[in-house]
Design a protein around this ligand. Structure first.
Ligand code: CMP
Length: 300
């Protein structure tokens, strides 16, 4: 009962929110500068569901920020009122954590952010304190976006997508040791598709630019008329063509209706590149199966 009432008022709030005439700040820019920011945004999944008008509002609202090497941009635990898009330079991300089984604190470097990356979106997305400290590793040129504009225009779609994939991605073995933040980046980059039982998802010999995660259903890889791999919820496939720059080494077919999530080559390299060691382990498995079946392993 109480839950019901809450969801009604949340809806009412949403309606009210739409009707308030929010006016985003405008920081004038030349068309060239706008175009430059647009190019960065084109590669940022956080902004990928905006329509042209929304993009224009956001382009106007960005404000240039310059930070010198060594300066702190974001402090863990602080309130956050901006996110930043990196145009040039690099920033290191540090997290203060409590050492396991003790009260001692230690600071770990957890990430290095590069041009095209967004930093500081978490505090705005989840209304939370800053999750980490961000320090300029080189001189930085950034574009900042205020909390209001982010909340009104960008947040809902981006948060919905992260939430949608959050549970499924927890079941993906490959991502088991990836921290929640990196997993949310994977969610940003994914699109999903449904296949019917019997559909071909990947065809042997074709060029491949896509990496797949199986979110639901069962699929199998077939080569030389033999089943070389069975996939179930949480499995992945399609990595070989991307890792080795070669044609698809097998045909993958949906055995039941399947829901897959997929990402393109560039996202794969950027987000899953660090997992190459793990991805290669699957390859050892393929090689063993193929040898056992007496199949050619030239693509492995
Ligand atoms: P926010 O919490 O607002 O401020 C710190 C930012 O660091 C955070 O948003 C992310 O954008 C960024 N960040 C990069 N790597 C991590 C990480 N591993 N955990 C948390 N935040 C991270």
């Amino acid at each position: 009962q109480a839950k019901n009432r809450q969801s009604v008022s949340a809806e009412a709030y949403g309606e009210w929110n739409k009707k308030t005439n929010f006016v985003a700040p405008v920081h004038p820019k030349t068309p060239e500068v706008k175009e430059r920011i647009q190019e960065i945004l084109d590669n940022s999944f956080l902004f990928s569901s905006l329509d042209v008008e929304e993009i224009d509002v956001v382009l106007n609202a960005f404000e240039e920020v310059v930070v010198k090497k060594g300066e702190t941009l974001i402090k863990q635990g602080a309130d956050g009122d901006k996110l930043y898009l990196i145009e040039s330079g690099e920033a290191d991300v540090f997290k203060e954590v409590t050492k396991e089984g003790t009260n001692e604190k230690e600071t770990l470097k957890v990430n290095t952010m590069k041009p095209g990356d967004t930093v500081g979106e978490l505090a705005l997305m989840y209304n939370a304190p800053r999750a980490a400290t961000v320090v300029a590793a080189t001189d930085l040129k950034l574009w900042s976006l205020d909390r209001q504009t982010f909340t009104h225009i960008v947040r809902d779609a981006a948060a919905k997508k992260r939430e949608m994939y959050e549970e499924s991605l927890k079941e993906v073995e490959l991502l088991k040791d990836v921290d929640a933040y990196e997993r949310s980046k994977v969610a940003d980059a994914l699109k999903s598709q449904l296949y019917h039982a019997g559909d071909t998802i990947i065809r042997e010999g074709e060029a491949g630019d896509t990496f797949y995660l199986l979110l639901d259903g069962e699929a199998e890889a077939v080569k030389g008329g033999k089943v070389v791999m069975k996939y179930s919820r949480g499995s992945y496939f399609g990595e070989l063509a991307l890792l080795k720059n070669q044609p698809r080494a097998a045909t993958v077919t949906a055995k039941t209706d399947c829901k897959v999530a997929y990402m393109d080559r560039r996202s794969f390299k950027r987000l899953l590149g660090p997992l190459e060691g793990l991805l290669m382990r699957n390859m050892d498995h393929y090689r063993a199966v193929m040898t056992q079946l007496g199949l050619d392993t030239k693509y492995l």
